[in-house]
Design a protein around this ligand. Structure first.
Ligand code: C5P
Length: 367
């Protein structure tokens, strides 16, 4: 669970559906370094990120890389779950073989269209094609086709495979398709109870990270029901510039929905918190964290209305992390990451070929 994204959250969601109580084992830095190469986020950060996912009942810190029977028994687990991509040990063997052979293994589908490789690609190439924009004219259409062609070529060059046609089916570049089904699956489905205090927060929530989690945890203490406004890609790009947001609005919405402190999300929330919005959601308190508050495109303070109503508070998350720190950290690890991925893909490919020779692939479905 390094660089946690909504693909990880979706795996956890599916795993939870298979039983009543979900224990997530998170490997230590040392264990990951031994089998895969050093992680970008340290173990304390990864433990905290996983704990904040709403389907997680318990986290086992420093879980062994190879899931074995004594580990399952120690935590009273009936079975272990993994996505339908293969997890290989340093020697290239399947990390789940032991529990598969013992009949204590279940598999869930990997989320199509999202991979860490894709996200790193967006960061490195400063592309914006992941933003959700309307194609307004033929000119924009052709411009998009032209740019997309160039970017795919660049992404292909970025991959350092010896044989460019020999890619693993699990580690690749693809586009995530947000469906209403996925939003329903991630949503709490809960309405506020009568008398509940409603908290509203808004922001980009790009590359959902520890700063966001700690902020949402604090914001949640101001009421009983937390609504998060997730700004549109266009709006975030206006105040963050460059190629931000790295994650498009649908992806950002899913990451926020997966957080245990959140009850409801406004998809593409208006930048300025209006009186209509405050009344519609019966907002009792608007909370903003550490980050700078930018004026809207007309120079208006987005929190003018809640401030006038005495329903605005600044709350420090106590965490200085920002999305650009995350991007920098990932880019810094770029070389290690590329090498790590290359090795991972070679091992996956060897296993994939073996599986293909052995018969049809198990459960490689869209979910
Ligand atoms: O920067 P972004 O718009 O994603 O932030 C969403 C909310 O999280 C804002 O209220 C921001 O101030 C808060 N935040 C925080 N501490 C961080 C990062 C974000 O309080 N380290």
């Amino acid at each position: 669970f390094d660089m946690v994204h909504f693909g990880h959250a979706n795996l956890i969601r599916q795993a939870k559906e298979l039983g009543d109580y979900l224990i997530v084992g998170v490997h230590s830095d040392e264990e990951i370094a031994q089998h895969k190469g050093p992680p970008v986020f340290n173990e304390q950060e990864r433990y905290e990120m996983v704990r904040a996912i709403k389907w997680v009942d318990e986290v086992v810190e420093g879980a062994p890389y190879c899931t074995n029977i004594p580990t399952l028994d120690k935590y009273n687990c009936d079975f272990g779950v993994h996505g339908d991509d293969i997890s290989v040990l340093a020697d290239g063997s399947d990390a789940y073989k032991i529990i598969k052979d013992a009949g204590r293994y279940r598999e869930v589908s990997r989320t199509q269209g999202v991979s860490t490789t894709d996200i790193v690609g967006r960061m490195l190439l400063l592309t914006k094609t992941h933003h959700k924009r309307q194609v307004k004219t033929t000119f924009y259409y052709w411009f998009f086709i032209y740019t997309f062609g160039k970017i795919s070529n660049e992404l292909k060059k970025e991959k350092t495979n010896v044989d460019p046609t020999a890619n693993s089916p699990w580690t690749g570049v693809s586009q995530f398709l947000a469906t209403t089904q996925k939003i329903i699956q991630f949503s709490s489905g809960k309405q506020p109870n009568p008398g509940d205090k409603i908290v509203y927060v808004a922001g980009a929530f790009d590359c959902f990270h520890l700063g966001h989690i700690r902020f949402l945890e604090k914001a949640a203490t101001y009421g009983d029901y937390v609504i998060v406004g997730v700004h549109t890609d266009r709006e975030v790009n206006r105040y963050c510039g460059s190629n931000y947001p790295i994650m498009n609005v649908h992806e950002r919405v899913l990451s926020v929905l997966a957080c245990k402190y959140v009850h409801e999300v406004v998809i593409g929330a208006p930048y300025v918190v209006s009186p209509e919005m405050m009344d519609h959601f019966k907002v009792d308190m608007v909370v903003h964290g550490n980050s700078q508050v930018y004026a809207d495109e007309h120079g208006v303070d987005p929190y003018e209305v809640p401030k006038k109503r005495g329903k605005f508070v600044l709350e420090t998350s106590g965490c200085q992390l920002t999305t650009s720190d995350i991007v920098e950290r990932i880019i810094e690890h770029r070389q290690t990451y590329i090498l790590r991925n290359q090795k991972k893909e070679e091992k996956e490919l060897a296993n994939y070929k073996m599986m293909r020779n052995a018969g049809p692939m198990n459960g490689h479905t869209v979910n």
